[in-house]
Design a protein around this ligand. Structure first.
Ligand SMILES: [Mg+2]
Length: 367
């Protein structure tokens, strides 16, 4: 059996969030761009992939798919995914080993996986082979940097009341004393049994990270995420040797080789690999296996792509937890999944699960 790709379509969208504006140390987010890639085959199976960004500029990835990848994809067998991905990568690597080229590449890769899963008649987690039937969630849909302490505490308690036992708080206020006071207030209110994660979104430099990162242990913080500029592996390794709170990185690491360097340096204790930032599912699985070889857990970074990462986690023994975020727009997906009692159910429809609803496309399409 082969399935030849007959047509490639790309759709660019800008989706407004329906929740209070999101703020961290680098960004203010009130809308998210999406690139939907649709691959049609001669056997009638249609594969859907996507990528996303809360910064503008996803149109560049659309150009990569339309002008570089589409002509190479048409006529190829959708089951030759790894060979096809190698060809696509080398077609334009001078203009983007990472960045827009890789973002477009991942969207295509998801569509190729979608075809494989639909041909098998199963969702991705069944296609991979599962090790669990539901996946634990932690909440990032709160804890924003510009919220008042009262809002932070109220929101954390509301999440606990919903069944979450793990919540994330953003750090990176101009004065780190404020960061510490905010964590202290949340810890005091939610008690000792709730995991509190923290996320600096790369705002600190090494002296700040060592001095204030060390103080997080006073409040039993579960991990310290992206404390510094992600290219600086050495600084993360030095920080990880200096403090007891585990250092988490991954949402802005774009290649398996960069993960290897982090893991071998000791600069990553929690591996937050994101298949939409890597070149797709195959590379994510390689990173997860690499982490497993070093005894490290994987906690996929995810903003909008929970359905993808929940399925990957369900099939990956060391992927222990998946982020929950941007709940207000989860209904953009066909057959969305939502956290129940602190856990994600697994999707049941065949495929990877990255197909946007027609209503979302009609309402939000920009190109
Ligand atoms: Mg983060």
């Amino acid at each position: 059996m082969s399935l030849k790709i007959t047509n490639v379509e790309t759709i660019l969208l800008r989706v407004p969030l329906r929740q209070r504006t999101i703020t961290d140390s680098q960004s203010t987010v009130d809308e998210v761009e999406f690139l939907q890639v649709v691959l049609r085959t001669d056997g009638g199976i249609v594969g859907c992939g996507m990528n996303w960004s809360y910064t503008t500029g996803l149109r560049a990835a659309q150009v990569m798919v339309d002008e570089n990848y589409a002509p190479l994809l048409v006529g190829t067998d959708a089951f030759l995914r790894k060979e096809t991905m190698r060809k696509l990568f080398f077609s334009n690597h001078f203009v983007g080993r990472v960045g827009a080229a890789r973002v477009g590449l991942a969207a295509v890769e998801f569509a190729l996986w979608d075809i494989a899963c639909k041909a098998a008649g199963v969702p991705l987690w069944k296609h991979l082979g599962a090790c669990r039937t539901k996946v634990k969630a932690y909440s990032t849909d709160g804890g924003w940097l510009t919220w008042s302490v009262d809002d932070l505490v109220r929101d954390a308690n509301a999440l606990v009341a919903r069944g979450f036992d793990a919540v994330k708080i953003k750090l990176g206020r101009p004065d780190p004393r404020e960061d510490l006071a905010r964590i202290a207030a949340v810890r005091k209110s939610v008690g000792p049994k709730i995991d509190i994660m923290t996320d600096v979104n790369c705002a600190w430099r090494l002296p700040t990270a060592i001095q204030w990162g060390a103080r997080l242990a006073e409040h039993d913080v579960h991990w310290l995420e992206e404390p510094m500029w992600p290219e600086d592996v050495k600084a993360h390794a030095e920080l990880a040797r200096s403090i007891t709170t585990p250092v988490a990185v991954g949402e802005t690491i774009y290649t398996k080789e960069a993960f290897r360097d982090y893991i071998e340096s000791g600069g990553a204790r929690i591996v937050q690999a994101d298949a939409t930032k890597l070149a797709g599912i195959d590379e994510w699985l390689q990173v997860a296996a690499l982490a497993d070889c070093h005894g490290l857990p994987v906690v996929p970074h995810t903003n909008v792509q929970q359905k993808l990462h929940v399925q990957l986690a369900a099939a990956t023994p060391n992927a222990i937890l998946v982020e929950n975020c941007y709940e207000s727009i989860q209904d953009i997906w066909k057959e969305p999944i939502q956290v129940v009692d602190g856990h994600y159910p697994l999707p049941q429809e065949p495929g990877v699960g990255l197909e946007l609803t027609q209503e979302t496309i009609d309402r939000c399409r920009i190109g």
